[in-house]
Every structure is written in C-alpha cells, then in structure tokens.
Design a protein around this ligand. Structure first.
Ligand SMILES: Cc1cc2nc3c(=O)[nH]c(=O)nc-3n(C[C@H](O)[C@H](O)[C@H](O)COP(=O)(O)OP(=O)(O)OC[C@H]3O[C@@H](n4cnc5c(N)ncnc54)[C@H](O)[C@@H]3O)c2cc1C
Length: 509
C-alpha cells in the first residue's frame, strides 16, 4: 500500500510519550516547532503519490500491490542506484527521506544479519524479518533506526560499565511471548515523525558476557514504556518568519530524540537478534555501510544548496568574475561532485554480502564519500563565508524587513549588484548564516558515524595486498606474483626485453 499524506498524518496521532523543551507534546502535528519536522517527513508520502516520481518510489510486491521501493531489500547494483536516486530526490524536495533514512538501513542490516545467523546457527530469523518487511510494505509504515547507545564510559564495554548496566540497550527479561528491554538510544533522527523504530546494537559485542546487548527489535513509537525526549529545536519560530530567517534549520529542526526504553515489552515476532553476539558485528557493519550510502546521498543534495549559496552570493555581490572567486567556486563544485561520484561508485561497485542474497555498498567508496564530505565541510563553509562577506553575520531579520519604517533603508543600502532584489540578497545571506552555523557543522561531522569510524572502515577495506603487490612489483621484490591484480600482468622486462636489440654500450652514462 502507498499511504496518502492524510493517512500518514493521521497515524501520528498515536498517544506517543514525547517531550520538547521540558513540556509534554500533545500532538506532534500541531506543535509550533515540531510541525516543520512533520512537514518534511510527510514528503515521504508526497513523492510516491506524485505521478512524476512514482517510477522511482513505487514498486509492486508479490501480490501485485503497490509498495514503497525503499522498503525492499537491495539485490543488485541497480537497486542501490535507485535507492540513492530516491534519497537525492527526497532530499532535494525538502525532506523526503527524513522518515525512511535510518529505518530502511536498519531493516537491510537486520536482513543481512538474519540470513547470516540462519545459515550459520540454524536460527529462523529470516522468515521473521521478511514477515515484518511485508507488514511495513502492506501498511506503508514509516520507520526510523535507533542504533547509537548512550554508551557511558567509551573506554569500557557494555557489561563492564560501572555506574549501571544500561548504557547499552539490553534484554532484561525473556518471557513466553516476548522480551523486556531496557536502556536508551541517543541522537535518533526522524523520531518525531516515525511510526516505529528498528533498534540495533551500535557496536560489536564480542563475547558471551555481552550477549544481552546483542539485540535487534522493532517497536511502535507509542509502545508502553517508550519515552521520547526531543532535542531542543534550533529555532523557536514558525511559519513565514521561520522560513525566511532559518531556511535550513527551520525546515529540518533537529528531528532527533533520546529514546528511553523503560522496560518495554517486545513480542518475539519483532525480535531479530537476541543473544547471537557473534553476529552483532555483521549487523553494525551492514548498517554502517548502508547508512554511509544514505549519508553521502543526503550530503550530495545538501552540498548543492551550499555550493549554490556561494555562487548566488558571488553573483549578488558582483564578484563572480574575479579569478580568486572562480577558483573557490571551482573547488566547491569539485568537492560536491566528488562526494556525489563516490556515492555512485559505492553502488556500481557494490559487493555481494556473504551468506546472503543481498548486495552491500562498496565499503571503500561509501566511506570515502562520507569522509570527504565531513573532512572538508569546515573548509567549504569557510569558503562560502569568505565569498559572502560579513552580511550573513549581520543580516537583518524577517521582522526588520517587514517593518515599513525601516524597509526602505534596508532596501537601499543593503542592495548588491543592480538588478538583484535586495530581499533576495538578504534571503541568500540568511541561508549562508543558517547553513554554516554550528548545528549543521556538528550534525554533519557526526551523523552517520564519526570521522574515526570511517577511517577504521577505510583501513579495514583497503586492499593492502594489492597495494603491497604494486610496490613489490615496481621494486622487483618477490611476492606479488599471486596477487590477482598484478600477478597475471606481463612484465616488460620478460615480455619485451628479449625482443629488444642488445644495449649499445658506446654511451658514457
Ligand atoms: C544530528 C545527528 C543525527 C544522528 N542520527 C542518528 C540516528 O538517527 N540513529 C542513530 O542510531 N544514531 C544517530 N546519530 C548518532 C551518530 O551516529 C553518533 O553521533 C556518532 O556515531 C558518534 O557517537 P557519539 O555521539 O556517541 O560520540 P562518541 O562516540 O562519544 O564520539 C566522540 C569521539 O570519541 C571517539 N571514541 C568513542 N569511543 C571510542 C573508543 N572506544 N575508542 C576510541 N575512540 C572512541 C570517537 O571516534 C569520536 O572522535 C546521529 C548523530 C547526530 C549528531
């Protein structure tokens, strides 16, 4: 089924326990700041219902019924490319993937882990996760992914924490019909607008002692004992003023919550890992790769805005013709297209996931994409701020502009190049002010994992044998001959050497 926007909005009236700025939220749809989040989330239901985007977002299930493509499991490079296109289109549209971004990656990671566990341990998780997938597809449920545990002392493993044992979500009771879980997940995006959360471990829990933390399950947002502590909104404005003054932060108010599992009951048919610690690494690894693909697609669309903002400010200030400005704009465009290109390569060069019928994004390219984005973001912001001049720091607000007494002065003195309305220059300055501010910088460095997490993947995924073989072959050190990329290559000295005439020794070298 493909739900209408109205059906989706109706589903959020579910009695969830949520707080924002210390107050209980009565209804996420009508809350003055959360409403903007819901407006973005609902784009997930706008696009599949729009005939221009149906081919991208809608597919058929085995019964011939329309379902959301993002809720299917990726089996080929084409599936990954389509998934990426959905992310980019959703993001460009002004939301779109807010709702599905974490959840579908978590769903895919559960599918990978289920197939691996079933094959290696003889468990029966695959039918369970597939039944859950069918439920999601048939009801067109919006899911988020809750992975990051609060973690306490980062230097200690889950079972070794000293203050209490709930820094990582764990099972505290196993009953006939299900399990009881306790703990908290932090920074969870899309939590305001999701119908359900798919909960996974955030790290490998590497031995029997940690088995209670090797846990994956799904819960509705209104489950008994589940509490959502929404992050402080970026902006406490709403409506036109918010759209004008905070075009980025207003639309994408932090969608995150601290989700508390206060002894929440989860029926067995919603449990997708419970104690199989040997596979907690597989589930986190698969999630990380899929989520880096999502992240770099999201960033591709975000960078279009940032690069565009720099180009607009250059044009509005009349400096686009100068060489130093063109060089900076060229760097920004290269940066944006590198991220985009790498995310595409992560799809085209995907890998078959061992013991499963799924593909996973190429680990190297998915991590390069995210790392390149995050590592260079501050430099990019610096360039955009440089090109924009001081206006983004001191730009008038919507209320100033709307005051008829002062608007003529603003109009006259804050004009840039002739022909550009002053209001447009102000709006572009607000965009730069908002985009290059602190929240987005932190969110983009840490969303989808910290820089160290990508470095770890990059180190693990690099084909060191290939690199060493290349160096050995070049240095004539034995040991490269069996390496698949280099071993089969003809050697110039052996293939061409014997065919050359003898060296002319008359030269005085
Ligand atoms: C805006 C935003 C949205 C997010 N959305 C989601 C979401 O929807 N779902 C979700 O599950 N998560 C989400 N995250 C969480 C994100 O994945 C984490 O923030 C990220 O993994 C870093 O974890 P942390 O915040 O706990 O920081 P920390 O883990 O405390 O990291 C801080 C630093 O400590 C280092 N560090 C930590 N542990 C170790 C160690 N054992 N050894 C060496 N170094 C260490 C890190 O590398 C980093 O440099 C989101 C984060 C943000 C900021």
């Amino acid at each position: 089924m493909i739900r209408t926007v109205e059906q989706y909005l109706q589903s959020l009236d579910d009695g969830r326990q949520m707080w924002c700025l210390g107050e209980k939220v009565k209804d996420v749809r009508s809350h003055p700041t959360i409403q903007n989040i819901i407006r973005s989330s609902a784009m997930d239901y706008v696009l599949p219902n729009d005939p221009r985007f149906k081919h991208l977002f809608v597919t058929k299930d085995a019964d011939g019924e329309d379902i959301n493509f993002l809720l299917t499991a990726p089996k080929s490079a084409d599936d990954l490319l389509r998934r990426r296109e959905c992310f980019i289109t959703g993001m460009r549209s002004g939301g779109g993937i807010v709702l599905h971004c974490m959840g579908i990656d978590a769903l895919t990671a559960c599918t990978v882990a289920a197939q691996k566990m079933d094959k290696n341990l003889g468990t029966q998780y695959t039918p369970r996760i597939e039944a859950y997938r069918t439920y999601l597809q048939k009801k067109d449920i919006g899911i988020t992914g809750a992975i990051t545990d609060v973690k306490g002392d980062r230097g200690l493993r889950a079972s070794k924490q000293v203050q209490h044992k709930d820094f990582y979500v764990r099972v505290v009771d196993k009953q006939k019909d299900g399990i009881v879980v306790r703990g908290a997940k932090v920074h969870i995006s899309a939590s305001h607008g999701a119908n359900e959360a798919l909960v996974l471990p955030c790290r490998a829990h590497n031995d029997e002692e940690e088995k209670d933390y090797a846990l994956a399950f799904a819960v509705p947002m209104n489950a008994k004992g589940l509490k959502l502590l929404g992050v402080e909104p970026n902006v406490r404005l709403s409506g036109e003023e918010c759209d004008w003054d905070y075009p980025i932060s207003g639309a994408g108010q932090p969608t995150e919550s601290l989700i508390i599992f206060d002894d929440v009951f989860v029926p067995w048919d919603r449990v997708f890992m419970c104690g199989e610690w040997q596979f907690s690494r597989d589930i986190t690894y698969a999630f990380a790769l899929f989520h880096r693909l999502f992240g770099s697609s999201r960033m591709s669309a975000e960078l279009e805005i940032l690069v565009g903002a720099a180009a607009l400010m250059a044009e509005y200030n009349g400096i686009e013709k100068y060489e130093h400005v063109r060089n900076k704009l060229a760097w920004l465009a290269m940066y944006a297209d590198t991220v985009k290109g790498m995310s595409k390569l992560a799809c085209t060069d995907c890998e078959k996931s061992k013991d499963t019928d799924l593909v996973i994004p190429n680990a190297m390219y998915a991590n390069i994409a995210k790392f390149t984005f995050a590592e260079n973001l501050h430099e990019a912001n610096k360039i955009v701020q440089d090109i924009s001049g001081g206006m983004p720091a001191t730009v008038p607000a919507y209320k100033d502009w709307k005051n008829p007494e002062i608007q003529p002065y603003i109009e006259k003195y804050l004009a840039g190049k002739a022909g550009i309305p002053t209001a447009d220059r102000i709006k572009a300055s607000r965009l730069v002010k908002d985009y290059t501010g602190a929240y987005h910088q932190v969110a983009n460095i840490h969303g989808e994992g910290s820089l160290a997490a990508q470095r770890m993947f990059l180190f693990m995924s690099a084909d060191w044998n290939k690199y060493k073989a290349a160096a050995k072959r070049a240095a004539h050190i034995d040991g490269w001959q069996k390496e698949p990329h280099y071993g089969h290559l003809p050697e110039p000295e052996k293939v061409v050497g014997p065919k050359l005439p003898p060296i002319d020794k008359s030269y005085k070298l």
